[in-house]
Design a protein around this ligand. Structure first.
Ligand SMILES: NC(=O)c1ccc[n+]([C@@H]2O[C@H](COP(=O)([O-])OP(=O)(O)OC[C@H]3O[C@@H](n4cnc5c(N)ncnc54)[C@H](OP(=O)(O)O)[C@@H]3O)[C@@H](O)[C@H]2O)c1
Length: 269
């Protein structure tokens, strides 16, 4: 049968996420910030989550609201430590109340990395717990809340930021890698458990992306090595990752489910 040339595919709309409500955790800085700005540019209403940098989160929201034409804000901020279940519940409550709507999209970008890059032998109990509390427990709380509360019937999206290091298994990242590998396993399982809801669940696994997290504690040599390892010969930018999340969040991305999408320019694999 010939393809219709008259029906506009949702992917062709300039605002494929028009008025969908999204929560982006860790959106005050880095990759989460770029994702929040991108989802808003696609028409979404966005809750900007942060844990300490209120001023930066406010700037992201102000930027989105300055470009919107309506009288009600399209972006709000909310402080919540994602490693605390009660705070994650409050985060979802805040998004529903701010936009008077159920949530359709969760992007969990909040994360931490031990900038000492310890070998497993040198990883302290405290550093292991900090890493797992935010990256794994935090992702679990966000996914659990999302699984129970995201709108059924289509357009529901759960997207967790993991890391390409789960593939490359670099020395110095054992707790971090393990915390993200656990998330990838949870998200794949969750995608199956959400059968019948129309909600998809995926992980997006960046390689080296030029953010505070990436540069923290790295020598010039370590940074240069990341560039050399990448076939495209540079570090990733936050804007390299955000459109992939935007695609997964849109109706055009509905057939991608239970996957880990590595976004790394061919490096860090
Ligand atoms: N950059 C990379 O090379 C890279 C590579 C692969 C994967 N990733 C992953 O991508 C995600 C974003 O990384 P990034 O480079 O953008 O990091 P980043 O620049 O360090 O930003 C981290 C963000 O997470 C927030 N955050 C940290 N702990 C939190 C908590 N307990 N509760 C709520 N928010 C919290 C921070 O909020 P405040 O500003 O309030 O502190 C900030 O918004 C992370 O999950 C990271 O593991 C990054």
């Amino acid at each position: 049968m010939a393809e219709s040339t008259t029906t506009a595919h949702p992917a062709q709309s300039p605002h494929p996420l028009q008025d969908r409500v999204a929560i982006v955790t860790g959106a005050s800085r880095g990759i989460g910030r770029a994702i929040a700005l991108h989802l808003a540019s696609l028409g979404a209403k966005v809750l900007i989550n942060y844990t300490s940098n209120r001023a930066l989160a406010d700037e992201v929201a102000a930027h989105i609201n300055s470009t919107s034409t309506g009288s009600t804000p399209r972006a709000v901020t909310f402080r919540a430590n994602i490693s605390d279940a009660a705070q994650v519940k409050s985060l979802f409550d805040a998004a529903e109340a701010a936009f008077n709507s159920p949530i359709q999209i969760l992007v969990n970008s909040a994360g931490v990395l031990d900038s000492k890059y310890p070998t497993l032998a040198d990883t302290t109990d405290e550093d292991f717990d900090t890493t797992f509390n935010v990256n794994c427990r935090g992702a679990f709380f966000c996914c659990r809340e999302a699984a129970n509360r995201i709108k059924r019937g289509g357009g529901g999206r759960i997207i967790c930021m993991t890391t390409s290091v789960v593939g490359s298994l670099k020395p110095g990242y054992s707790a971090y890698t393990a915390s993200k590998a656990a998330v990838e396993a949870m998200v794949k399982t969750l995608a199956k458990e959400l059968k019948g809801t129309g909600i998809t669940a995926n992980s997006v696994a960046p390689g080296a992306v030029a953010t505070e997290m990436f540069f923290a504690g790295k020598t010039e040599e370590m940074v240069n090595r990341a560039v050399e390892e990448c076939p495209l010969g540079r570090l990733g930018e936050t804007e390299d990752v955000a459109p992939v999340v935007g695609f997964l969040a849109s109706d055009a991305g509905q057939w991608v489910n239970g996957q880990v999408i590595r976004v790394n320019g061919g490096g860090y694999v």
